[in-house]
Write a protein that binds this ligand. Sequence first.
Ligand SMILES: NC(=O)C1=CN([C@@H]2O[C@H](COP(=O)(O)OP(=O)(O)OC[C@H]3O[C@@H](n4cnc5c(N)ncnc54)[C@H](O)[C@@H]3O)[C@@H](O)[C@H]2O)C=CC1
Ligand SMILES: O=C(O)[C@@H]1CCC=N1
Length: 270
Amino acid sequence: MKITFLGGGNMANALIGGLVNKGFAAGDIAVVELNADNRSKLEAAYGVRTFAGAEAAAWDCDVIVLAVKPQSMKEAIAPIGPHLKDQLVVSIAAGLNLASLSRWLGGHRRLVRTMPNTPALIGAGVTGLYALPEVDAAGRAAAQRVLEAVGSAVWFADESQMDAVTAVSGSGPAYVFLFIEALQQAGKDLGFDDEQARRLAIETVLGAAQLAAQSPDPASVLRERVTSKGGTTAAALAVMETAGVKAGIIAGVKAAEARGVELGQQLGAD
Ligand SMILES: NC(=O)C1=CN([C@@H]2O[C@H](COP(=O)(O)OP(=O)(O)OC[C@H]3O[C@@H](n4cnc5c(N)ncnc54)[C@H](O)[C@@H]3O)[C@@H](O)[C@H]2O)C=CC1
Ligand SMILES: O=C(O)[C@@H]1CCC=N1
């Protein structure tokens, strides 16, 4: 399988690093990247071939991964159209729907829309995937192989669910980082130094996430087990409930989903 990435920024770096670490041949990976520094870094780090422009040779591949910003996509993919045969095109762009991509690619239908997240940078990502009905089992397996190089993969049957995936897991790391920031800040307010506050906050989140992943019990039961009647956790949770922490998180995720839908409409309007 030969893969060409359009765009060699953060997310492409994570995917390429993951593929090479898993034994995928660097010689079978090419990257079209405008920025010369990014090209040099990719060549030095992974030994992949790079192209400064979208010349014909770049598209001699089985899978094209679209990894430029959603706002740059229409312009960036314009040169691919004449070189498209039966390549599988896998987009990682937020908000951009496949109807727009297909239109911009001259009606191409071997398209997969995916939404990874930034823990992909350390191989701990989770990606949601949706394929058009025209993509066969081999095409789905190829897309899954690329995204599984940086974590786990979850398929969805309806493209409209991808905006919810973006809201939950695509943007999700930001919510967790915000929680870490707050826990750290509270630790400092209570007298810890930076390093003490950082270690206690991060290792608590890591440990709790691992416990939730390994336990057969739901998060609500694990929470109840920490919470002694009349104790310290109950005092904290009562204040957080009054402050609307849980409701705020749920409302925030729904706002992210709505923004995804809106972005898709705006991007597709061109
Ligand atoms: N940052 C995040 O949390 C997530 C981002 N994404 C998606 O991943 C995609 C890439 O995001 P990042 O890697 O964070 O962006 P980035 O800005 O690091 O990388 C984009 C790269 O594309 C290059 N580029 C721009 N126009 C080009 C063109 N016409 N031809 C070739 N190269 C071109 C830029 O030089 C840059 O290196 C975006 O569509 C984003 O929505 C998906 C999931 C999570
Ligand atoms: O904030 C954004 O729009 C992108 C999508 C998921 C993560 N970052």
